[in-house]
Write a protein that binds this ligand. Structure first.
Ligand code: HEM
Length: 404
């Protein structure tokens, strides 16, 4: 437990560090990767390049510091990050490395402003925050390893099937090489794939949502080909699309993530997705169709047009069930889309449309997609007076602000 004086120092210096937040974390990564280049095997180089990770880590350390005497209050945030850490294989021995370089970076950026007293207080605070993460994560490691079909770290999976779903999205059906069964997951969760690409010095780890129903003997991911092989996001997804073939082996970590559908509840649900954000929604839709067919589901998917619209047939098949209704929104339909009636609404999903077409009473809303899509949906739901507890969303990549 920290003493009151240390707590006071931490709380009074948070605004200063916040002001220099990104500068400190940018310096922190420079120093840490300089001394520990092996960590580049774990961190996402695309997030680094775009500064996304800098923002995520800085924000969380300061938020945690503000609650240093009541970390319970930020447990949901710790929990969500811990899922990601567990999926990546972050271990207790990594924490002192981060702590040491964070303090060095604070010293570097603040210069004389970083007195011994301040540095000592932050060292103690970091220790408390790190312990909170380590403790939540160790429980998650145990749970992942001990559940039926579960495992620790990365396990070899064979690409059993590779299916092109649209011009930009391809599915991979993955089965464990050891044939010993796989861990159950909750719809909405993701797995990490660790890729060893021949031309690359470091391994690359990426998270992909599971896109099929629970209870199969495989995991399915549906990957969007990102533009440009020069950017690291594009490099990994293009490698999966172009170079990974049926019969190849991929390293996979056990399912993780806290953006999940509660299948114990029976309330109506609305699943909204934009582009490749449909993957966790597919898992939710298919799972409900199989194990809760009496539950009312509205599935709304927005795509540019039919060429990039993946998994249409699977949604249409489920829409034949009495309780499942689906709507496809295209913002740039092709002539062929018009001829074949491929879509229901031309344009974007608006609050007005939701008000007129979706029941909001006691309904849970789940959404995932590009950031502008998520912001628009979030704003519309708030305007409709939907309680925050019934709004659930998932960002791909580090969390960004959803408030426009
Ligand atoms: C992801 C915070 C310790 C490695 C994240 C994210 C946050 C965060 C906010 C983004 C979560 C998301 O995208 O959902 C923290 C805090 C830490 C800590 C507050 C210390 C108390 C560590 C340690 C390591 C680590 C010790 C390993 C050396 C990573 C990696 C990611 C990540 C690899 C994935 C993002 C990427 O690759 O760009 N962390 N973290 N973190 N963290 Fe941590």
């Amino acid at each position: 437990m920290l003493d009151q004086k240390t707590i006071d120092i931490i709380k009074s210096t948070v605004p200063v560090l916040e002001k220099h937040g990104e500068k400190i974390t940018t310096r922190f990564y420079q120093l840490m990767f300089g001394n520990h280049p092996e960590l580049l095997n774990i961190f996402n180089h695309a997030n680094q390049k775009q500064g996304r990770q800098q923002k995520a880590l800085a924000g969380t350390v300061y938020a945690a510091a503000m609650y240093i005497d009541n970390l319970e209050a930020i447990l949901p945030v710790v929990n969500q990050i811990a899922h990601k850490h567990r999926s990546l294989g972050i271990k207790p021995e990594h924490y002192p490395i981060v702590g040491k370089h964070l303090l060095l970076a604070i010293k570097d950026v603040l210069g004389d402003g970083a007195t011994d007293e301040i540095i000592d207080a932050w060292a103690q605070a970091y220790g408390v925050i790190a312990d909170a993460f380590i403790s939540v994560e160790s429980e998650m490691y145990e749970e992942a390893a001990n559940q039926k079909g579960g495992w620790d770290g990365f396990r070899s999976f064979i690409v059993d099937r590779k299916v092109v779903e649209s011009d930009v999205i391809t599915s991979f059906y993955l089965k464990p090489v050891d044939n010993r069964g796989i861990a159950e997951f909750i719809p909405g969760q993701y797995i990490s794939i660790k890729l060893e690409i021949e031309s690359e010095h470091y391994t690359h780890i990426r998270q992909y949502s599971l896109s099929d129903a629970v209870g199969k003997d495989y995991y399915r991911i549906s990957v969007k080909r990102e533009a440009g092989t020069a950017n690291p996001d594009g490099m990994v997804s293009n490698y999966l699309h172009d170079d990974v073939k049926e019969g190849d082996i991929l390293n996979v970590s056990a399912p993780a993530g806290d953006f999940v559908l509660d299948t114990k509840k029976e309330t109506p649900i609305v699943l909204l997705s934009g582009g490749v954000g449909l993957t966790p929604m597919m898992s939710m839709l298919k799972t409900v169709g199989e194990i809760q067919p009496e539950r009312k589901v509205t599935f709304i998917h927005a795509a540019q047009n039919g060429n990039v619209h993946a998994l249409r047939e699977e949604v249409e098949e489920l829409s034949a069930l009495e309780n499942i209704t689906s709507f496809f929104f295209y913002d740039s339909p092709t002539e062929e889309d018009r001829l074949n009636n491929n879509f229901d609404v031309e344009g974007y999903v608006t609050g007005e449309w939701l008000k007129e077409n979706v029941t909001t009473l006691d309904t849970d809303f789940y959404f995932c997609g590009p950031v502008p899509f998520m912001r628009a949906i979030n704003r519309s739901l708030k305007d409709l007076g939907i309680n925050e507890e019934r709004i659930h969303f998932e960002f791909f990549g580090p969390k960004a602000s959803i408030e426009a």
